[in-house]
Design a binder for this molecule. Structure first.
Ligand code: CP3
Length: 343
């Protein structure tokens, strides 16, 4: 099976391209009126667990804008759910885990599940999405990093500091590492099942990696991401996005990952320098910059491509798209990349 548009996969391999590929983190979501129409009728996990809905939401932004890759509609928190940790998505609040993991006793009830049994609906959603995409563009599967998942499991909700998650790591490291290893084992099985179901690449979101000092990052985040890369890299390209993790780009570049995501606080030049200049980079438009007028967005995108270079590069935002971005501004971002000419 070959894809009609394989720009994204070429860029991940570092092959020469006419223009870089483009997609947006969290592209299937709240800034799209067609998404809001579905959201009004079904709650969050119903949308995730119903293959017809998840596949429809996945292809909505592709139909509207024609990005070079689709990302499956789901959430990183389906993993703790499958591990026997209750996860709720509260409207206007976000994730809520009523029984957070704070002790060895809490941890004992956490399982490494059979992912086909507990997360089979994700594999069904992948198959339904592949049919709808009709080999037009590649499909990205994803998971949270073990550290980012631990943050929610221990804190019990979103946080600016994730102080309770850090407290567990620093006062009960044995418990923290056992939890991280259980999450890692589940994630490896999960991503392998996703690849078998048809995704063309996977991305690991380490959204809260930048909360840790460089030394703590090695101990509580990076070593587990490395295990995931080791287990997956021969089966599929792996992208690692660590928000605020520019300090780890050197290790990441040697890890066997195909590409590294960077956020907007790191310049293209610095990211290329820190990652050694060869590996494919992905990013890093400030999501809030999509609130600028479309003509400014286009200029800034062309400048960004010139700074990263058109090859070994995937155009993206530096984090997820914001809900208040006008649809025409998102269009300007995608169109700017498609209109890009070297020079
Ligand atoms: O990128 C995509 O379009 C695919 C879908 C996707 C969702 N979540 C759907 C979603 C992806 C890739 C995620 C990943 C995710 N989820 C991350 C990592 C990326 C990042 O933004 O840092 C994290 C940290 C989560 C956890 C999570 N899920 C939070 C903090 C929230 C609430 C805040 C928010 O953005 O709304 C969610 C809920 C969620 N996940 C929504 C969507 C579309 C919104 C809730 C809803 O639609 O009812």
């Amino acid at each position: 099976m070959s894809l009609k548009n394989d720009l994204f996969l070429k860029a991940l391999k570092g092959e020469t391209v006419e223009r870089p590929p483009v997609w947006m983190m969290r592209q299937a979501g709240r800034y799209l009126p067609e998404f809001m129409a579905i959201k009004e009728k079904y709650d969050f996990f119903t949308r995730c667990q119903t293959p017809e809905l998840a596949s429809e939401i996945t292809v909505q932004p592709i139909r509207r804008y024609g990005m070079d890759a689709a990302i499956l509609f789901s959430d990183i928190l389906v993993i703790p759910q499958a591990m026997n940790i209750q996860v709720e998505m509260k409207p206007n609040f976000g994730p809520y885990l009523p029984n957070p993991i704070r002790t060895q006793k809490d941890l004992d009830s956490v399982i490494v599940p059979d992912v086909h049994e507990t997360l089979g609906y994700v594999m069904e959603a992948i198959k339904a999405t592949k049919e709808k995409l009709n080999d037009e563009v590649p499909l990205i599967g994803f998971a949270g990093s073990p550290w980012t998942i631990l943050c929610y499991c221990v804190q019990g909700q979103g946080s600016k500091t994730f102080d309770k998650a850090k407290e567990l790591c620093f006062t009960q490291p044995v418990v923290a590492h056992e939890l991280l290893q259980k999450i890692t084992d589940t994630t490896i099985a999960y991503l392998k099942a996703k690849v078998a179901a048809g995704v063309n690449a996977v991305q690991i979101f380490d959204s809260w990696g930048g909360m840790l000092s460089p030394i703590d990052y090695q101990e509580f985040s990076w070593q587990y991401i490395q295990q995931i890369i080791d287990a997956l890299k021969d089966e599929t390209p792996v992208i690692v996005f660590g928000k605020g993790c520019w300090f780890a780009l050197g290790d990441m570049a040697k890890s066997g990952a195909s590409a590294l995501g960077v956020d907007w606080t790191c310049s293209a030049r610095n990211a290329r320098y820190l990652s050694g200049g060869k590996i494919t980079l992905q990013g890093n438009f400030d999501p809030a910059r999509l609130l600028s007028p479309p003509s400014d967005i286009k200029k800034m995108v062309h400048q960004m491509i010139n700074e990263f270079g058109k090859d070994s590069y995937v155009v993206n935002l530096g984090h997820g798209i914001l809900p208040n971005v006008p649809v025409e501004n998102a269009k300007a971002f995608i169109d700017a990349v498609k209109e890009y000419k070297v020079g």
